[in-house]
Design a protein around this ligand. Structure first.
Ligand code: GLN
Length: 309
């Protein structure tokens, strides 16, 4: 294991935050969810949860943001806990190479989404968790999971963001209806979409998300939320599918499993070392945080951390 101290890591984060503050080309916040379009793109935060409970952070790491698709990682953990491997009858485990909300791919795949992190796959996961439960119960379970994983009860859903996405959820509704046509959606479409937009509208800070991801990084002292065998599988999916059609590029540049969201957050796992969250609202063409990905590339270079040795 490397010899970087918390003070060394703090210095690295400070340097990254400083460099990112000077970046002019910051990408653009998501506009298809109207509430997210107003978020100030000048913000940047980064936080790292280390063994023993220590957290180091820089920039706007204490500002809550919309976790959006990062919620898919936690919902997958909950779904696997409930359904085990039967979940894989409804969703695949292959990288998509297509946009996160691709309709054409779902048609090609006959209603079985390519993986649990593209929108169609996440809708199938949410639909599977809903079986026999009300949306309120499922969202309560997600919040309990996040609060326990983060060790922080101050984690909530932003209802304005959920309502804003729900009012414009035409594409996700199309994906859900298409899956229903193939028998791969069991609940009323509105119920699954309603639950999904609320899970995506959870707000957390970089510090909270970094702590919530500790169980995936297996950092000593982290709460044990799922078995280590399952953690390895979730991490494999994050590495191969966590950034949609930019997953290969992120694996090449950063070399660590990560999951992005259109709120501009990225949760990154450095196994045994740290759980990291970076956030900047401006997105690149693939819908991933532009500065977030740049910052993670710098961090991987500065620390030498990689799952590839
Ligand atoms: N709620 C968003 C959507 O369904 C999540 C997408 C994302 O974060 N990439 O479009």
């Amino acid at each position: 294991m490397d010899t970087l101290t918390a003070a060394d890591l703090q210095q690295i984060l400070d340097e990254i935050a400083h460099a990112m503050a000077a970046e002019v080309d910051r990408g653009a916040p998501a506009t298809y969810i109207p509430e997210l379009a107003h978020v100030d793109p000048s913000q940047f935060g980064i936080a790292m949860a280390l063994p023993g409970g220590q957290v180091v952070a820089a920039g706007d790491a204490a500002t809550p943001f919309s976790i959006q698709s990062i919620s898919k990682v936690f919902m997958l953990a909950i779904a696997l806990g409930r359904l085990g491997d039967t979940l894989w009858q409804r969703v695949g485990r292959e990288p998509s190479g297509a946009a996160f909300n691709s309709i054409v791919q779902l048609e090609h795949d006959k209603g079985i989404p390519r993986n649990p992190f593209i929108n169609a796959g996440a809708l199938a996961v949410t639909d599977a968790i809903l079986k026999g439960h009300q949306p309120r119960e499922v969202l309560g379970e997600l919040l309990r999971f996040l609060r326990e994983a983060a060790g922080d009860d101050d984690i909530h859903i932003n209802r304005a963001v959920a309502a804003s996405e729900q009012a414009t959820a035409h594409r996700n509704t199309a994906l859900a209806e298409f899956m229903a046509a193939h028998g791969n959606l069991k609940n009323p479409t509105a119920m699954t979409i309603g639950t999904y937009v609320h899970q995506c509208a959870v707000e957390m800070t970089c510090e909270q998300l970094a702590r919530a991801g500790r169980f995936l990084a297996g950092v000593p002292g982290s709460p044990r939320m799922v078995s280590s065998a399952r953690v390895r599988r979730i991490n494999a999916l994050m590495l191969t599918c966590g950034h949609y059609d930019a997953s290969g590029d992120f694996a090449y540049r950063v070399g660590l499993p990560g999951k992005s969201g259109v709120g501009g957050g990225i949760l990154v796992v450095a196994p045994g070392r740290a759980s990291i969250c970076v956030w900047s609202p401006g997105l690149n063409a693939q819908g991933n945080s532009k500065l977030g990905a740049q910052a993670m590339e710098r961090l991987a270079r500065a620390t030498g951390w990689s799952v590839f040795g």
